[in-house]
Ligand binder design. Structure first.
Ligand SMILES: [Zn+2]
Length: 245
């Protein structure tokens, strides 16, 4: 039980963190069901809880899906694109991979290595067919990254849980050239206690720069982490600050 309480997955269950949905499942020994982390049902006792990476693992262990949170229907409820076109652009921040679904830009990833970026894309969209193809949006994205162009001129297809998308929308409201703390953002979306979940959602943002997670910082103003490297975060913020003054 001590072990369960110390497990970050237990914290996600206590917070009913929708950002954790799809990342693991948990069973409750006393009821014989398994749930997703955000299940609204009464909180189980930690000594009755076990964790599984997939619904299939929980079912193999003898548990049935909870009728309230329907953990076996997670995949069906997410609107995941079947085909994603992607292209690369060089930029002052390194290589950019721009990926596009039928609805809009679904990923902007920064890095130094083509293969690593494609692997990252495939991990984020494991069921999608990835097609290398030039995209007219890629040049617009590249321009955005260099600091020109409007924030809202690109159609975005934000693929994430409801909670993640709420956080990402809040990030897009932070004015260029300014920063906000994770706790400010948590308060702003009406979830003041979900600071850690907010930081998590920022870190899992698939749309570098277009969803400006680089403008989210720690409460003491420290830059905290950045999925694409703290140096890129610093460069982006400095550039935005310069453009503002
Ligand atoms: Zn449940």
């Amino acid at each position: 039980m001590q072990q369960t309480i110390a497990d970050p997955r237990w914290a996600a269950i206590v917070e009913r963190d929708t950002a954790a949905d799809g990342t693991f499942y948990y069973s409750v020994q006393t009821t014989g069901v398994y749930c997703r982390p955000s299940c609204p049902a009464r909180l189980a006792r930690p000594e009755h809880v076990d964790f599984y990476p997939t619904p299939a693992d929980a079912e193999r262990a003898g548990f049935r899906p909870c009728k309230r949170c329907k953990p076996d229907q997670m995949g069906a409820r997410r609107r995941v694109p079947a085909e994603i076109r992607f292209t690369f652009k060089p930029s002052s921040l390194g290589l950019i991979l721009v990926a596009q679904s039928a609805l809009g830009v679904c990923a902007v990833l920064l890095g130094d290595d083509h293969d690593m970026l494609v692997r990252d894309l495939q991990q984020r969209f494991p069921t999608a067919t990835l097609v290398p193809a030039d995209s007219s949006l890629a040049s617009l994205v590249a321009a955005r990254i260099e600091g020109s162009g409007r924030e809202d001129e690109l159609p975005l297809d934000m693929q994430g849980t409801a909670f993640q998308r709420t956080v990402w929308r809040a990030l897009r409201e932070i004015p260029r050239g300014t920063t906000q703390s994770y706790s400010d953002i948590a308060r702003r979306i009406g979830r003041p206690n979900a600071v850690r979940a907010v930081a998590h959602a920022c870190a899992s943002n698939p749309l570098a720069v277009l969803v400006p997670c680089h403008r989210a910082v720690r409460r003491d103003g420290a830059l905290a982490g950045y999925r694409w490297g703290i140096e890129r975060k610093r460069a982006l913020l400095e550039r935005e600050l310069r453009a503002r003054s």
